[in-house]
Design a protein around this ligand. Structure first.
Ligand code: ADP
Length: 248
């Protein structure tokens, strides 16, 4: 009797792709950290060169930290252990923090970054500002990564009052980037999944960002949807119920 062939499902293929990809993603900053620290061991380096190398070392170390945080979040997500904290926060404080991180990359690529710093609704909410920041940071970093010309724009809208304490907010992250082909629109939220644009062309990534983002939005009882057109841009729309802190 001939042996039963092992079925190679799409999931297994993408999981092995993921492992190869993540190893590459980890190796890149680790190689940079090793190489730069070797160079810094040379005591004759002029101070400006030293400063430049330390900045590069810092960038690689941060990149590695973000990657490890994503992997840890993903394993928590898989184990059903991704939980939220609850405290009062200022929505514009969160937006300002995310803006300050994203503006560096946007400037490097000559992109306009438009983030609202005023809003008609309340500014004080009760929820998990760290996880909200992570959602915004993921969507905005992707928008910047996949846009070569034009702008990335964040807008806020209060859709409705859900009850006395909660409002439904809409956060839209819109870019004028490369867009996403129709047949990849659903898949990009799947674990390990990278669209055709995700590989190469200097647009590295792990394919975990949107999986974690979608999961976080869902445990916040919100939803995420996508409007996109190839070569014109994408718009990620997040509808999120937020508890208003009436003490402001
Ligand atoms: P990564 O960016 O690490 O590849 P993500 O889960 O964040 O992983 O995104 C999955 C894929 O979705 C990306 O590889 C890319 O193909 C696509 N994508 C995400 N955001 C955008 C965007 N704003 N514009 C175009 N493509 C995008």
């Amino acid at each position: 009797m001939s042996p039963t062939p092992i079925k190679k499902t799409a999931n297994i293929t993408s999981e092995s792709d993921f492992l190869a990809n993540i190893s590459h993603e980890i190796r890149t900053p680790v190689n940079a950290i090793c190489g730069i620290s070797d160079l810094l061991n040379n005591f004759d380096l002029p101070p400006e060169k030293q400063k430049d190398l330390i900045e590069k070392l810092n960038i690689s170390a941060r990149q590695l930290k973000e990657l490890i945080n994503d992997i840890l979040d993903f394993s928590k997500l898989e184990a059903g252990q991704l939980t939220l904290s609850k405290r009062t926060f200022d929505l514009f404080g969160v937006l300002k923090d995310v803006y300050n991180i994203c503006i560096i990359k946007a400037d490097e690529k000559n992109l306009k970054l438009d983030v609202p710093l005023t809003f008609e609704g309340s500014q004080q909410y009760i929820g998990d500002p760290t996880r909200l920041k992570q959602i915004l940071l993921n969507l905005m970093s992707n928008a910047i990564k996949f846009t070569d010309e034009g702008s990335v724009k964040v807008s806020l809208e209060k859709l409705s009052d859900l009850d006395h304490n909660r409002v439904m907010l809409r956060i839209n992250v819109e870019d004028t980037g490369i867009g996403i082909p129709e047949d990849q629109k659903e898949k990009i939220f799947d674990k390990f999944s990278q669209g055709s644009a995700g590989k190469g062309h200097g647009r590295e990534g792990t394919g975990l960002g949107l999986t974690i983002t979608k999961h976080l939005i869902e445990i916040m009882e919100g939803s995420i949807s996508l409007n996109t057109k190839e070569d014109e841009g994408s718009s990620f729309i997040v509808d999120l119920p937020l508890e208003v802190d009436h003490q402001d």
